[in-house]
Design a protein around this ligand. Structure first.
Ligand code: PEP
Length: 262
């Protein structure tokens, strides 16, 4: 059974002391769970102090971005090589990086390869814009993003990767409906099965992201094949984020005791 994964993306919010306070509040509310992984992605600046504060039985850290070269004359950039002792995960290809910072398919591919090279698990974000969905292009967009991003990986490496389906129109707006999420999750896993192998498709964890909040969590947890969530604004509110984590844990426990999903 794949472990549930809940990732909080704090984006460009909270300085280092505010981030430390939020971690403290989350630590008070979130218990140690062995069936669920909770990952926090603070700003680059807060990663180092949080790495010394964090209770590793409860949380892991992720970077929100990094550059694809390991070192060199790249003013202002931070590499996965520099991050490898701080983070387990690296968010790559977030739609804000693709659309605001013009990261193209090839750059995302190179970042995925750099993360793997540095033993950091990529959380690869894919998803269509509203226009692309309206034009019926969702599967084509997912296909193109997956094809390029995973093209330098072996099936074994793909199996260890996390894919976050994040429709651009849902981020910070309105959560996608469970059936829309199911269609994308099924497509992503089928793509990996067809292009790599069935073992990779079985192992890869597929998350959903886009306006996930405590009110919608139960409907989304019931989506077949979903392995967790990438959460933006609700992860900045400790009660909401801790509530989502605890609800996911209860759901997972009930699922196990009823023998589902083994
Ligand atoms: C995100 O930006 O990855 C995200 C899912 O944001 P939000 O939860 O705010 O929609």
């Amino acid at each position: 059974m794949r472990k549930l994964l809940i990732v909080g993306n704090w984006k460009m919010h909270l300085n280092a002391s505010q981030a430390s306070l939020l971690l403290h509040r989350l630590s008070e509310r979130i218990k140690i769970h062995h069936d669920i992984e909770v990952v926090l992605a603070p700003s680059m600046l807060a990663l180092q102090p949080l790495s010394t504060q964090i209770d590793r039985r409860k949380f892991r850290l992720a970077s929100q971005n990094a550059y694809f070269h390991d070192e060199g004359a790249f003013t202002g950039e931070v590499s996965f090589t520099m991050l490898r002792e701080l983070v387990h995960y690296g968010i790559i290809g977030h739609s804000e990086r693709r659309h605001i910072f013009d990261e193209d398919l090839n750059m995302v591919r190179d970042k995925v390869a750099a993360a793997i090279r540095n033993e950091i698990t990529p959380i690869l974000c894919v998803g269509e814009t509203k226009h692309e969905r309206d034009e019926g292009e969702t599967k084509q967009v997912l296909h193109d993003q997956l094809m390029t991003a995973l093209s330098n990986l072996t099936a074994h490496e793909v199996g260890k990767t996390v894919i976050a389906y994040e429709p651009v129109w849902a981020i910070g707006q309105v959560a996608a409906k469970p059936d829309q999420v199911e269609a994308a999750v099924t497509y992503i896993r089928r793509y990996i099965g067809d292009v790599f192998n069935e073992l990779a498709a079985k192992k890869v964890r597929v998350l959903y992201g886009g306006d996930v909040a405590p009110e919608v969590i139960h409907g989304l947890l019931a989506v077949p094949g979903i392995d967790g969530f990438l959460i933006g604004h609700s992860s900045l509110n400790y009660e909401s984020f801790a509530g989502i984590v605890e609800a996911a844990h209860r759901w997972q426990r009930n699922r196990r005791s009823s023998g589902e999903g083994e």
